[in-house]
Design a protein around this ligand. Sequence first.
Ligand code: ZN
Length: 257
Amino acid sequence: MNSTIQVTVWNEFRHEKKNEKVKALYPDGMHKVIADFLGKNADLQVRTATLDEPEHGLSQEVVDNTDVLIWWGHMAHGEVSDEIVARVQKRVLEGMGLIVLHSGHFSKIFKKMLGTNCSLKWREFAEKERLWNIEPGHPITEGIGEYIELPNTEMYGERFDIPTPDKLIFISWFEGGEVFRSGCVWERGHGRIFYFRPGHETYPIFYNEQIQKVITNAVRWAKPRIIMPDKCPMSQPLEPLENKSNTFGAAGILQNG
Ligand code: ZN
């Protein structure tokens, strides 16, 4: 497998066009800011894709040539076509990495991969958030200290309706009292999935160097170790087998005479 990791940053790219505050923070879209910091790494080759492009920018060719897909969506989850979601899901099961950011918790692809409602509590009150790094030995937290502090964030609180993560990487505390599982990993098929909570569109979260570091680490962690298309074949025995009775219901039952 090529040592360069092919990354596709997918963004809904609607808030940045409609909301002046978001436009001021991310004039070319959040995907551009994410692609720019990832692109500074020699081992990452980064492209972007957005909802309003043909096939949401996720043609079969793009998906086939993506090692890790990053997903940010919020106000238009319902506009993502089921056909594209099925295409992405198939590729994750084959081995592509998937990183879902913030409000992507309600995206079709995240819910499809996890099979639960993915609902949570929320509140927009510019609260302080402290993300505790509870897996300091994990590749995703390399170079991250004991915690990350964000001065102003939207609150996400438990219960987060997800399957129990294979590993919980970050737990958030919020000024208003809630806690949240902010960094979670799962495997589905051959694919690795990372959910990372920060990223509300009205705060400059994706300019934060520690947040950038976590996402960069996560890309390297989520890259495919294998790409294996699904199959379900009839299998020939490796050792010779003696003929057994094929009569329905007779197998394994002692016959008289
Ligand atoms: Zn938000």
